[in-house]
Design a binder for this molecule. Structure first.
Ligand code: ADP
Ligand code: MG
Length: 255
């Protein structure tokens, strides 16, 4: 595969900025556990950013902070120019363990996010069907999670996150509970949808501990240090990105 040096891709407006974030969890018997300290990063519209770090380095904690689910002990999250004070419309999350409701069908699991936003039932149904088709699960609307494979369950998780058409998709080790081939299929489909501009999102922040995955998927990779977690290095993927190639070298590369 030719590896041509290209200047960094021009991306759009800043979506989110993390300024000097610190997170300390209180511990009963000793001093607080400082998980994040001095975290600074910025994500712009149009890019897939990887966050690569060891287990326990605070990656999931940081995603919860960016999603507005956890107020940082210090520092701030600037979302589209304003300080984030709680869960933001426009940010969705995909979880490592899928986090589906087992008693709800695929369709209902996907509709949930829309229900919270007060979208009327008929429109909910249509939007959920579209999202389910987009991620390749058309025909499984009435199945229950236990009837699906791990890869299909994560596709439901993805459809549920996409159905609200978020600006920023946060993905917390989304493929790590899947076997190698299943993960590769889902990754490839996701990257193709992104390259074809079929995903109703602006940007992705992908948390992973798989360096190959980060290189194959991301424009930019933030390397997270541990104890405490912070962005230690930043790598720009320095060659023409496989996912932007018309000959779909990405697929050949991972096969
Ligand atoms: P990662 O996703 O990188 O594996 P986490 O953010 O899940 O890291 O966790 C970082 C550290 O914070 C770990 O030591 C974990 O045990 C601790 N931790 C995570 N969540 C909590 C919590 N709610 N209360 C106390 N400690 C926590
Ligand atoms: Mg984690």
């Amino acid at each position: 595969m030719p590896q041509q040096a290209t200047p960094p891709k021009q991306t759009g407006a800043e979506l989110v900025r993390i300024v000097n974030c610190r997170q300390a969890y209180p511990k009963e018997s000793s001093t607080d556990l400082v998980v994040l300290d001095g975290v600074n990063l910025s994500i712009r519209s149009g890019e897939i950013v990887g966050l690569l770090g060891r287990s326990g380095s605070g990656k999931s904690t940081l995603l919860r902070i960016i999603a507005g689910l956890l107020p940082p002990t210090a520092g701030e999250v600037i979302w589209k120019g304003k300080r984030l004070e709680g869960p933001a419309a426009g940010i969705s999350m995909v979880f490592q363990s899928f986090a589906l409701f087992p008693w709800l069908t695929v369709q209902k699991n996907v509709e949930l996010g829309l229900e919270a936003q007060g979208v009327p039932p008929a429109e909910r149904e249509k939007l959920a069907e579209d999202a389910i088709h987009l991620i390749g699960l058309g025909g499984y609307e009435n199945a229950y999670p236990k009837e699906l494979s791990g890869g299909m369950r994560q596709r439901v998780g993805l459809a549920r996150a996409l159905v609200v058409r978020p600006d920023l998709l946060l993905m917390d080790e989304p493929f790590s509970a899947l076997d190698v081939l299943t993960a590769e299929n889902l990754r490839t489909d996701l990257v193709e949808l992104w390259a074809e501009k079929k995903l109703p999102i602006q940007s992705i922040l992908l948390v992973t501990h798989n360096i190959e995955e980060a290189v194959l998927m991301c424009d930019r990779i933030l390397i997270f240090s541990s104890n405490p977690g912070r962005v230690a290095y930043e790598l720009q993927v320095p060659f023409e990105h496989p996912r932007n190639r018309e000959d779909m070298a990405f697929r050949q590369f991972v096969d």
